[in-house]
Write a protein that binds this ligand. Structure first.
Ligand code: F3S
Length: 392
């Protein structure tokens, strides 16, 4: 079947996708291809794709490419309905909509979120999937126990079209063993602390597999922040948290013997935060990297109730979470305080410079890292601090 695909017997689009996967498999010396149960595709914002990327996708759709497994999409460069309110230039919007249409013609669900696991794309433990989007990769491997490498947009798309992926990396049991032990002595008080922890660990350990101790409890949102930041400063695609994540209890003292050990103290988190914080004068306050869960939107609404914002607060989430937050009245509360809630995009993949943004304040090390690499001034602040400072 795979050879038929490669020979073009299942159409030119399948052959093209298979060629890419075979080449990838050769680079990583994979011994074979394995079936996947789902895909999550990045490389959706026109800001990153540009004209060449748009043409590539439209050509593939024209060739008749169709997904064989459930495939969801990462954020685009704008809210697909409210782009005018975001200040998105018309030409950008027109091309972004063509990108989405090309994906839809191939059967990809236009979810436009980096948290597909919050809106029903929840892979089974142990299942092989092909996910791009580094934060979602780290979350699905570590917290959900699925198996994926850090796919690129094209390789995740090729896997969705063929239903196959090369067997190497984190797909193999042996490569999921811890490579370092992290003892957390710092006090973790909120999402920003988890984000700073991930940022610090990633900087030190690169793409190792940390076995983290000292976090007896952590909710899904905290682990989402940890996953996103550790995948940003390093290349972490999998971590284990003792007593918390599903594969951690497979490893005992014997397995951890002789591994590199690091200890994380309060000062390390403070240093991670200050490395991404500068003085800002008129920033946009941004929440939702990774995209906000319902609980996070509830928390923002709770803090904003009865207040009036002086500056701009933009919150980013998925359509699925937005719908429920709207039904429960959270969106109304945020709008009433002067905040905005956008779907389908975020403070990194939107064309911020063209929108006139110069400074942001956020509670996400990932967002601050990428925004500062794009030349914006950034400051990190927990949500509560942000709201108090910006409202009366
Ligand atoms: Fe998601 Fe954008 Fe952050 S894609 S993880 S909100 S940079």
């Amino acid at each position: 079947m795979e050879e038929d695909m490669l020979r073009g017997e299942m159409g030119p689009a399948v052959a093209r996708a298979m060629e890419l996967l075979v080449a990838l498999g050769e680079v990583f010396e994979a011994e074979r291809l394995v079936p996947i149960e789902g895909a999550h595709i990045s490389g959706v914002s026109y800001k990153n794709l540009d004209e060449a990327g748009l043409e590539f996708l439209e050509d593939l759709a024209e060739l008749g490419a169709k997904t064989r497994v459930r495939a969801t999409l990462n954020p685009a460069g704008m809210d697909l309905d409210l782009w005018r309110e975001m200040g998105i230039p018309h030409g950008f919007a027109e091309r972004q909509l063509r990108v989405i249409q090309a994906f839809q013609r191939m059967g990809v669900e236009a979810t436009c979120t980096c948290t597909p696991y919050l809106i029903g794309n929840i892979p089974r433990r142990g299942s092989q999937i092909a996910w791009a989007e580094s934060s979602a990769v780290a979350f699905s491997n570590s917290v959900l126990g699925a198996r994926t490498n850090r796919e690129s947009g094209p390789s995740a798309l090729a896997s969705s079209i063929t239903g196959r992926t090369p067997l190497y990396g984190y797909r193999i049991e042996e490569n999921r063993r811890p490579g370092a032990v992290v003892e957390v002595e710092a006090e973790l008080k909120g999402h920003l602390d988890y984000s700073a922890l991930g940022y610090h660990i990633g900087r030190i350990l690169g793409s190792s597999v940390p076995y983290i101790r000292g976090i007896p409890r952590a909710d899904a949102d905290s682990l989402k922040s940890l996953a996103a930041a550790s995948a940003t400063s390093g290349g972490i695609a999998l971590f284990h948290v003792e007593g918390v994540t599903p594969e951690a209890d497979r490893f005992g003292e014997e397995d951890l013997k002789g591994l590199e050990r690091i200890t994380v103290e309060d000062g390390d988190l403070e240093e991670a935060v200050s490395s991404l914080s500068r003085g800002v004068e008129d920033p946009v306050l941004c929440l939702g990297c990774p995209h906000c869960s319902l609980e996070e939107i509830w928390e923002a609404a709770r803090l904003l109730r009865g207040r009036r914002l002086r500056g701009r607060l933009w919150i980013f989430t998925s359509r699925g979470v937005y719908r429920e937050a709207e039904r429960r009245g959270y969106i109304h509360t945020i709008l009433e305080a002067g905040g905005r809630v956008f779907r389908d995009t975020c403070m990194v993949v939107a064309p911020l410079k063209e929108m006139g943004w110069r400074e942001i304040v956020t509670d996400s090390c990932k967002a601050a890292h990428y925004a500062s690499s794009m030349g914006l001034k950034t400051r990190l602040e927990p949500l509560k601090g942000m709201v108090e400072e910006a409202s009366s």
